[in-house]
Write a protein that binds this ligand. Sequence first.
Ligand SMILES: *[C@@H]1O[C@H](CO)[C@@H](O)[C@H](O)[C@H]1NC(C)=O
Ligand SMILES: *[C@@H]1O[C@H](CO)[C@@H](O)[C@H](O)[C@H]1NC(C)=O
Length: 328
Amino acid sequence: MLFKSLCLAVLTALAAATYPIELVYQYPNTEYQNIENVAVRSNGQLLLTLVTGARLVQLNPANPIPEDIVTVVGPQSIIGIAEVEHDVFVVSAGNFSFGPQVIGGVAGVPGTGAVYSIDLNETPAKVDLITEIPESGALNGVAKLPGCDSVLIADSGLGAVWKVNYKTGDYKTALSAPEFAPVPEFFQLGINGIRIPEKGVLLWTNSAQATYGVVYIDEYGSAAGGVQVVATAPNGTNFDDFAVKEGAAYIATSPNAVYKVPYDGSVQLIAGGGDDMTLAGPTSAAFSKDGCTLYVTTGGAGGPMPISGQVFAIDVCAYGKKEKRWTA
Ligand SMILES: *[C@@H]1O[C@H](CO)[C@@H](O)[C@H](O)[C@H]1NC(C)=O
Ligand SMILES: *[C@@H]1O[C@H](CO)[C@@H](O)[C@H](O)[C@H]1NC(C)=O
């Protein structure tokens, strides 16, 4: 997601053992870039989606020189990303309005949502429009629906989840709930990140409501039960996108933290927090293929003294233990 204002943070003193963290890359502040999301290719390279310019960027964590591999022509930003077949990624795209005149600092431009596939098996990468979604509010997180040619896409503006067939372009609303809604008078981006860690389990965050939860789904992506809130972000913070390992969500949290939320719903600080300025607006997280490195992206901050987006690596195996998983 696009975080709002660093100033909104109520800086709570949280005594916690944080995990080892290291900066992999930061764009120069002189050329402000807002990193929105991250996926890890099977070859270990990171794919970053940029709000600033609808670009897909590849970054090798071992030799971090960003390489623009795709610029999607049409939308202002690309947002969510999910791998659907080997090296084929589906991304959500659209326009946003930013600034002091916008309640909460950022909002989607309704009707600008579109979905693209990016095939990295070809050189240069092949970009195809899957479909536009003129009814969209603000497309955001993308997750592959297991067992069919569809993805689910969170709509932060509408408070709903779209199902999009990436072979045919057919789309329809799969889920809609008050728990997914934005809070229009406060922050206009509701449901943000979505992940399907196991068949039948959809985990989600809502940035405006500062919540993280679960909804069980059927094979078509429709609700198979009620939407449940599992945890609430600490006061003054907002959950954004997240990664899942062994039943625990590792949630990029605005303005400056990463929280781990296991199955029991406890909210554990693992990086940043308090008045720590290391992480400038965390936006998303993804695990390395061995599950031991959590990559966290940030959007930085625009304005006259910009802070550019960053990529961090957090060592999660330093404190590894078996966790209870989500199962349907
Ligand atoms: C969306 O953004 C693109 C790229 O900046 C721009 O060309 C287009 O006019 C915008 N559309 C709307 C409806 O704002
Ligand atoms: C949470 O933050 C708001 C303002 O940011 C404040 O009014 C409220 O008292 C805080 N609540 C708690 C429990 O700290």
